[in-house]
Design a protein around this ligand. Sequence first.
Ligand code: NAD
Ligand code: DAU
Length: 332
Amino acid sequence: MRQLLVTGGAGFIGSNFVRHVLAHTDDQVTVVDKMNYAANAASLDGLPVGRCRLVRGDVADPALVDRLLADHDAVVHFAAETHNDNSLADPEPFLHSNIIGTYTLLEAARRHGTRFHHISTDEVYGDLPLDGTERFTEHTPYNPSSPYSSTKAGSDLLVRAWVRSFGVNATLSNCSNNYGPYQHVEKFIPRQITNILTGRRPKLYGDGRNVRDWIHVEDHSSAVLRILDDGRPGETYLIGADSERSNREVLGILLDLLGHGPDDFDLVVDRAGHDLRYAIDSSKLRGELGWEPKFLSLEAGLADTVEWYRDNPGFWSAAKESTELFYAGRGQ
Ligand code: NAD
Ligand code: DAU
C-alpha cells in the first residue's frame, strides 16, 4: 500500500485529486497544507479517516518536510500561491511558496529517494496569438508573463535540474485552466457564478476576448494519477481537454444557465500583462499513457459546476465579500 503525500491538498485541485486517489487506489494519503486563504478544510470533509489525514504546515519548512518525506513513498506537489491578480498585488508569497517551497521538497526527495510529481501550469509558456491555431507542446520555450507564472516556471526548472544533477525520480505536468467543485471564488468561473447568485453583475476583464483552454478538475486528477503511476522519469506531460473558449463565450454559457440575458455583465479594467490565449496539445500524454478526458462537453461540465455552487453556499459565502472588496479596490 503506497504512502502518498499530497501538498496543497486542501486547495481546489489538490482536494479533488485526493478524492480521486481515495476512490481509485488503495493509497494512504497525507495532505500537507499551510491552510492559506484559498484552502478550505471543508473540501476534505467526509473522507475516510483511516486513509486520509491533514497536516497543517508550510512546504518551505525544511524540518517538517524532511519528517514527512521520510515516511512517504511518493509526493504529488500541488501547493502554491495560484492567483495571477494576487501576484500582481503582492508577489512575495509566490516566491516563498512556489520557489522556496519546491526547492525544500526537492532537497528532501533527494535525501529520501522519494518519487516526486510536480504540478505546473501552461502559463509557463506565456501566451499565443488570439486568432492562431498553434498550441503549446512539451517543446515550447518558457516565456512566463506574470509574477505567478514566472515563479511556476522557476519551480519547473528546479525540478528539471534536480532530476539531471541529483537523479531525483521526478515527473512534471503542465495543465490548462481547471474548473469544477471546490474552487475559490477569486477565480473566473466561480466568481461569475457567485456574483450572479448574490445579485452582483459578472465582471469581464478588458474586452473579454482572451481565450483559455478549459479542463474539468476530475480529468486533471485522472491524468496526474496516470503520470504518477506510469510516467517516464524526468519527463514532462502537458494536460488538456481541447476546450478553448473566449472569456465572453464562457460567461455567455453561465448567464444562460443562470437565466440571465447575454449582455448582463460589466466590462472592467483589464489585468496588467493579460495573457491572450492558452491552448494545449496533449498528444504525448494520450499517445504514451493512453489517457483521455471524460468531460467532453464544457457546457455540461459548467452546468454541473453551477449546480454545485448553488447547492454549497457554505463552501464559498464566507470568502465572497472580502474577495469582492479586493477586486473593487482594483477597479475589477
Ligand atoms: P489553490 O490556490 O486552490 O490551492 C493551493 C493550496 O496550496 C492551498 O490549499 C494553499 O493553502 C496551499 N499552499 C500554498 N502555499 C503553501 C505552502 N507554502 N505550504 C503548504 N501549502 C501551501 O490552487 P489550485 O488551483 O488548486 O492549484 C494547485 C496547483 O495546480 C498549483 O500548483 C497550480 O499552479 C497548479 N495549476 C492550477 C491550475 C488551475 O486552473 N487552477 C491549472 C494548472 C496548474
Ligand atoms: O492556465 C492555468 C492557470 O489558470 C493556472 O495556472 C492558475 O493557477 C489559474 O488561476 C488560472 O489562471 P488564469 O489567470 O487563466 O485564471 P483566472 O480564473 O484568474 O482567469 C481566467 C480568465 O478570466 C483570464 O483571462 C482573466 C479573466 N477574468 C478573471 C476574473 C477573475 C475575468 O475576465 N474576470 C474576472 O473576474
